[in-house]
Design a protein around this ligand. Sequence first.
Ligand code: VGL
Ligand code: ZN
Length: 227
Amino acid sequence: MLTAVNRPGRVRYHRRMEIVPTDRDVLLVVDVQNDFLPGGALAVPDGDAVVPAVNRLAGSFQHVILSQDWHPPGHLSFASSHPGKAPFDMIDMPYGPQVLWPDHCVQGTLGATISPWLDIPRAELVVRKGYRHDVDSYSVFCEADRTTRTGLAGYLRERGLARVYLAGLATDFCVAWSAFDAIEAGFAVYVVEDACRAIDTGGSLAAAWKRMTDAGVIRVATRDFAA
Ligand code: VGL
Ligand code: ZN
């Protein structure tokens, strides 16, 4: 799309990005689950704003994959599993520092269910993560031990999907870690900023954007997609 910008004495044209997804592009919708939405156990501020944005966005993709945070009861990322600790405290796990969360997305509960307002029946794969009792997994590609793979990179490669667009919850945790790992796995990665919302605890949102953009993640918006 060409947009005219009038400045005193001249007219400049600059090209706005216009993204038209092909059969090599996939939309990865991260963790749009009841527990991350208003009223949920770990509600992301303004989290429900992603639902209409993601629904619209999904319409322009041939390939859509969903992820689902899926913890067993008593998961080690829950503050309730650590006597004396409170949600949002930090602890050291064998694999590194870990934020402690309220109990959320417990397997088989209504809180763990993908939001009924998400309207993407065409989604071709749901990737569950965080299902091992002792290891968290923000990333849809690789668990927090940084070695156990979910299989998603292999799926994308086998299906010839080369560019990953991310949307969903939360920008500074599951979206950011997934974006970072997708780059590491060799994919081109775009985060659709206004189709995501953040938890933003202890400066996590600014840190996540720096880490993502330093790694080569491209920041885009829903308006960058062809109507
Ligand atoms: C998430 C914290 C804990 C996320 C999941 O989806 O961003 N955040 N588990
Ligand atoms: Zn979780």
